[in-house]
Write a protein that binds this ligand. Sequence first.
Ligand SMILES: Nc1nc2c(c(=O)[nH]1)N[C@H]1C(S)=C(S)[C@@H](COP(=O)(O)O)O[C@H]1N2
Ligand SMILES: [Mo]
Length: 224
Amino acid sequence: MSGLPRGQSPTPLRRFGLPRFAGVRPEVPARPVLSVSGVVRRPIQIDLAELLALPGRREQVGDLHCVTTWSATGLRWGGVPFRAVHEALAARVRPHPRCGWVTFTGLDGYRSCLALADALAEDVLLADTLDGVPLTGDQGAPARLVAPAHYGYKSVRHVCAVEYRLNYDPGSAGPLGHRRGRVKREERSVLLPGWIWRRVWRGLLPRVRRRYDGNVSDRGSAGV
Ligand SMILES: Nc1nc2c(c(=O)[nH]1)N[C@H]1C(S)=C(S)[C@@H](COP(=O)(O)O)O[C@H]1N2
Ligand SMILES: [Mo]
């Protein structure tokens, strides 16, 4: 027994995601900015560095579980709890009181939505280091979300925008993405139980891997 959640196998961390983003390797701006929009009184753009300097910075060790059945374990992420980031942002943008969802966008255009309550959980980080060193491009520089209780598709790399929402947004995963994506409940996807999806995704994993592994060189620019 590996001690991993049901259906998961251990693997080292390497760049992975939806097939259509495999070739999109965004350039990290010299001065990264976060756009904050949605159901807010006042949308803003704010230097990411300002948010990453907020009090509460910490390191935490955890696992990343992908729906396609691989898990990278013992990852030592460093960053600022998203809750602290949200508090700093909310004071300025003033989200609608019934805002219940938040969409994160990466520099590659990838989007994923979390219930605001899930994003504000104690263990959700806006992370900018792994094992004590700044994230590489492949790891999600300049900063990525880390939401350990949720499948990897909620942990958006290269975060450049936060959109506060009244409703769930299917994001890049589309209609098959699960709103909550909780690992404990095996919420891999919708319509069918997790144990069936486990088999479907496991079957697709080698093909997606090949798409990503064919794109390992750090070209440093978007598109292909
Ligand atoms: N910007 C961006 N973030 C993303 C993805 C992506 O394609 N683009 N893929 C997601 C998926 S499906 C997973 S499993 C994790 C994988 O994280 P890794 O690339 O660090 O292994 O990133 C998530 N975050
Ligand atoms: Mo994933």
